[in-house]
Ligand binder design. Structure first.
Ligand SMILES: Nc1ncnc2c1ncn2[C@@H]1O[C@H](COP(=O)(O)OP(=O)(O)OP(=O)(O)O)[C@@H](O)[C@H]1O
Ligand SMILES: [Mg+2]
Length: 305
C-alpha cells in the first residue's frame, strides 16, 4: 500500500512540475482540517460551519468538503441546494469549478456526497484525472474543512489521516466520549496516527469540558501510548441553534455576540495559532491523492471498543 501511495503521489508531483504551475511545498499555507466524531449528532456539522464563518471573518478563504456520505447537510445549514457533486466531476460531466457552491463571501462548498465512495472504483488514470481537476482551485483557499461524518468507516478514517489536523468533537455524554475514544484508538493503534484536537460541544460550563478532556487524555496516555490529545476548546449548549437550523441562517451569522459565537471565535484562534500535525500535505491535490490511495488500500477493520 505504501508503494502504491508513493507512486501516485510521485505521479501527482511529476504532473505538477511538468505543468510548471504551483509548486508542491510543505510551506504552502493551505491547511486541511478534518472534523470527525465517534458518535453521530454531537455537532460536527455545526462546528464546521462555525469554524468556516469565524475564519471567513478574519479574511481567510475556506473550502468546505461535505464528505458525510450518509447525512450530508452543510447545504441545509447555509440554505443552498447543490445540483452537482463530485460524482459529476468523476464522470467527466462537470469541472471542479462548476460544482463549487459559494456559501457566502470567502466560503465555498464541494458537495461530495456519495461520490466520494466511488473513488474506490476509479482506475489510477481516472484518479489522476480527477486529482488534476483540483489544480484548478489549488491556491484559492487558506483552509479546507472536511465534515467527515461519524464513526470508524474507511472514509472517516482516511480523511482524518490524510488531513493536516484531525478535530474530534464529542459531547459530555458517556456514549459520545466512549465513541470518541474508540475512533482515536483505531486511528492510533491501527494507523499510527498520533495527534488529535478535541472540542467538547454542548457543555454547561468549561469545567465539564475539561473533565471530558482529562478522562480522554488519561485513557489515551494509559492505553494509546503515543497518542496526544490537545484540547482546543468547548462550545456551550445553545438552544437557539436548532431554531437557526430551521430558519436556515447560520447561527454564528445571526448571533455574533452570543456565548456560542465567542467560544467558536476562541477555538478558531487556538486552531490557527497551533502547529499542523501532518505537515507533508502541501496542497489540496496531494491531500486528495493521499485519500484516494488510502481508499484502495486494505480495508479498515471495524474494531470493537
Ligand atoms: N452547542 C449546541 N447547542 C445546542 N444544540 C446544538 C449544539 N451543537 C449542535 N446542536 C444541535 O445538535 C444536533 C446535531 O448537530 P450536528 O448536525 O451539527 O451534528 P453532527 O455531528 O454533524 O451530526 P451527524 O453525525 O448526524 O452528521 C442539531 O440539531 C444541532 O442543531
Ligand atoms: Mg453532520
Amino acid at each position: 500500500m505504501k508503494d502504491q501511495a508513493s507512486s501516485l503521489r510521485q505521479m501527482v508531483k511529476r504532473e505538477q512540475n511538468l505543468k510548471g504551475r504551483k509548486k508542491v511545498s510543505p510551506n504552502n499555507s493551505l491547511r486541511v482540517v478534518a472534523v470527525s466524531s465517534g458518535k453521530g449528532g454531537v455537532g460536527k456539522t455545526n462546528v464546521v460551519a462555525g469554524l468556516a464563518l469565524s475564519l471567513a471573518r478574519t479574511g481567510k478563504k475556506v473550502l468546505i468538503i461535505d464528505a458525510d456520505l450518509g447525512l450530508a447537510n452543510i447545504d441545509i445549514l447555509f440554505n443552498v441546494r447543490p445540483q452537482l457533486n463530485i460524482s459529476d466531476v468523476m464522470n467527466g460531466e462537470a469541472t471542479i469549478k462548476e460544482i463549487l457552491v459559494d456559501l457566502q463571501e470567502n466560503i465555498s462548498l464541494i458537495p461530495a456526497g456519495s461520490g466520494i465512495s466511488d473513488l474506490t472504483r476509479l482506475s489510477d488514470a481516472q484518479k489522476l484525472a480527477l486529482l488534476n481537476e483540483f489544480d484548478a482551485i489549488d491556491g484559492d483557499f487558506d483552509y479546507v474543512l472536511v465534515d467527515t461524518g461519524a464513526g470508524i468507516s474507511d472514509n472517516v478514517l482516511y480523511f482524518n489521516i490524510a488531513a493536516d489536523d484531525c478535530i474530534i468533537v464529542t459531547t459530555t455524554e458517556p456514549t459520545a466520549i466512549t465513541d470518541a475514544y474508540a475512533l482515536m484508538k483505531v486511528m492510533s493503534l491501527e494507523h499510527g496516527y498520533k495527534y488529535f484536537k478535541l472540542i467538547v460541544n454542548m457543555v454547561k460550563s468549561e469545567k465539564d469540558a475539561k473533565r471530558v478532556y482529562f478522562s480522554l487524555s488519561q485513557a489515551a496516555s494509559k492505553f494509546l501510548a503515543s497518542a496526544v490529545i490537545e484540547y482546543i476548546g468547548y462550545l456551550p449548549v445553545e438552544p437557539g441553534i436548532s431554531e437557526s437550523v430551521i430558519r436556515r441562517v447560520p447561527y454564528v451569522n445571526s448571533n455574533p455576540n452570543s456565548e456560542f459565537t465567542k467560544a467558536m471565535t476562541k477555538i478558531t484562534g487556538v486552531l490557527s495559532r497551533s502547529v499542523p500535525k501532518n505537515t507533508d500535505s502541501g496542497n489540496l491535490k496531494l491531500f486528495m491523492s493521499r485519500f484516494a490511495v488510502k481508499k484502495t488500500g486494505k480495508s479498515v477493520r471495524k474494531t470493537k471498543k
